[in-house]
Design a protein around this ligand. Structure first.
Ligand SMILES: Nc1nc2c(ncn2[C@@H]2O[C@H](COP(=O)(O)OP(=O)(O)OP(=O)(O)O)[C@@H](O)[C@H]2O)c(=O)[nH]1
Ligand SMILES: [Mg+2]
Length: 185
């Protein structure tokens, strides 16, 4: 497993012009609002409060870049499926995120997070279709596993062998997430 020697906030982007240069490999975290993207990034990096988390959905409203070990980046994407925004603001965000996902040559992998208790929702399947269509590599991540019984975890693993079960509360899945990242560095 990679040792995280340094992890720092780099920048935030509303618009594609604000993305950092495409000179380092990037790993993005996508999923519905409140699914646990920011929490998982902290857990994987072993940093308690580097990425801002919140009980209120829709907290992350920009694309946020974090530099890890000075050699690659973690990218926190705003959650989708959060309606409490103006139409034009939603449209702008959608364009910026789509631009990021489809034109980012240094994007190595998207972690597509879904709440493990509910599984993929229509908006998640839509995102997966979008990534398939644009040939962007992604891995399903089932979050909040600490809320799922052992039996159901075993069932999930059998039904979805392609998914990684994680918990930001107890650290489950941390090594498996790193094992997705390491070969792509
Ligand atoms: N029990 C449990 N709660 C979690 C876990 N991960 C996140 N949460 C909680 O879920 C809520 C949302 O977590 P965030 O990490 O902020 O979610 P997000 O996907 O970044 O949300 P947005 O930025 O709004 O899109 C917080 O109250 C977290 O404490 C987990 O693994 N287990
Ligand atoms: Mg967030």
């Amino acid at each position: 497993m990679i040792e995280v020697l340094s992890a720092t906030y780099l920048s935030s982007a509303f618009l594609p012009e604000q993305f950092p240069p495409e000179n380092l490999p990037e790993f993005a975290f996508a999923g519905r609002s409140n699914v646990g993207k920011s929490s998982l990034m902290n857990m994987v990096l072993g940093r308690r409060n580097l990425v801002k988390t919140s009980k209120t959905p829709g907290k992350t409203t920009t694309i946020n870049f974090f530099l890890v070990n000075g050699t690659f980046r973690f990218v926190d994407l705003p959650g989708y499926g959060y309606a409490k925004r103006s139409k034009s603001a939603q449209e702008q965000w959608r364009r910026t995120i789509e631009d990021y996902l489809t034109r980012r040559s240094c994007l190595r992998l998207v972690f597509l997070l879904v709440d493990g208790r509910h599984g993929p929702q229509p908006s998640d399947e839509q995102m997966a279709d979008f990534l398939d269509y644009h040939r962007v590599s992604y891995r399903w991540i089932f979050t909040k596993s600490d809320k799922i019984s052992r039996n159901e975890q075993a069932l999930l693993r059998r039904r979805r062998p392609d998914a990684v079960l994680v918990s930001s509360v107890n650290g489950m899945g941390r090594e498996e997430v790193w094992s997705c990242i390491e070969p792509l560095l």
